[in-house]
Design a protein around this ligand. Sequence first.
Ligand SMILES: NC(=O)c1ccc[n+]([C@@H]2O[C@H](COP(=O)([O-])OP(=O)(O)OC[C@H]3O[C@@H](n4cnc5c(N)ncnc54)[C@H](OP(=O)(O)O)[C@@H]3O)[C@@H](O)[C@H]2O)c1
Length: 334
Amino acid sequence: METKKINLGSQGLVVPAIGLGCMGMTGFQDGHMYGSADEGEAIATIHRSLELGGNFLDTADLYGPFKNEQLIAKAIQGNRDKYIIASKFGWEIDDNDNVTWAINGKKEYVKKSVERSLKNLNTDHIDLYYMHRLDKNTPIEETVEAMSDLVKEGKIGYIGLSEVSSETVSRANAVHPITAVQSEYSLFERTVEERGILATLKELGIGFVAYSPLGRGFLSGQIRSIDDLPEDDFRRAIPRFQEAHFYKNIELVKAIENMAEEKNISSSQLALAWIISKGIFPIPGTKRRKYLEQNMAAVDVNLSNAELTKLDSIVPLGTDTGKPYDEFSMGLID
Ligand SMILES: NC(=O)c1ccc[n+]([C@@H]2O[C@H](COP(=O)([O-])OP(=O)(O)OC[C@H]3O[C@@H](n4cnc5c(N)ncnc54)[C@H](OP(=O)(O)O)[C@@H]3O)[C@@H](O)[C@H]2O)c1
């Protein structure tokens, strides 16, 4: 099956209008990201994404660490070239597979990381390779020069950056054309718009990838109480999901759900169609075929100007839905 395709950035990368976020398909260290995952269903979801034309997979060395890339390798075996794979490096992982929580953008670490990811993904190239977070102690020029070498060596296709400021992406783009910036973006998280980063990307011809486009599941309407989240769920540490904001946010979700119901679609589809209507590429995360199929169908949802205005009035730009990360992780955003 074919789905709508879009250009991501201006270097020639063509992607489906909706990608697949794979992070939740494996746990993190001894805990879970978004509840427990079933490997068989996760692999079936990756296969179904290809059947539906949504052959773009988003992963990172950090997820697991490494287990997520290894799962993808298993799923795409024999079909590597039919998928577009995006991975990321930067959170330092030592030789014992321990995450040190430092960010490392030094030249040697970039080279070491890509070899490790190529091995874990069981491939000879990564289509889109992102710096996961800015290393504030290493000039961005050094990191991007090292990534540029990887493009020349054919180890990666295109360069991306995640959660960077307008200044950083402009400096990076002067070293080597940046294809995409990936940051959190949804009806609940519009900081990149407020900080003028989307405008900078447009000016520079750089694509934007919206991660957590369903607000880490919040906008799906499936989470009704904090107790719906398992004890070891990553979201419990996020202010947006904590007492002070949770119940206010649920009221917004209910209004979004009512609007979706009137259109005979799910609130997830409405949240994704809103992003697509802005020419932005969302990568919703799921580990099950049922949600993947529903999310892919959002490509065909058309929103009128009146509907877009209504959504904007439910969650106006600047609405305080709580911070998207704890204090430590907020400090890593450029
Ligand atoms: N660059 C970065 O720093 C960064 C940070 C976070 C995420 N990411 C990437 O972005 C991807 C997407 O973000 P995300 O996974 O954090 O958040 P998300 O896409 O906003 O939400 C994922 C959650 O929504 C649920 N869900 C998905 N579709 C649904 C549907 N149709 N109905 C009901 N529930 C649905 C999933 O459930 P199930 O899991 O049960 O299927 C999961 O709990 C990740 O997988 C990862 O690859 C990148």
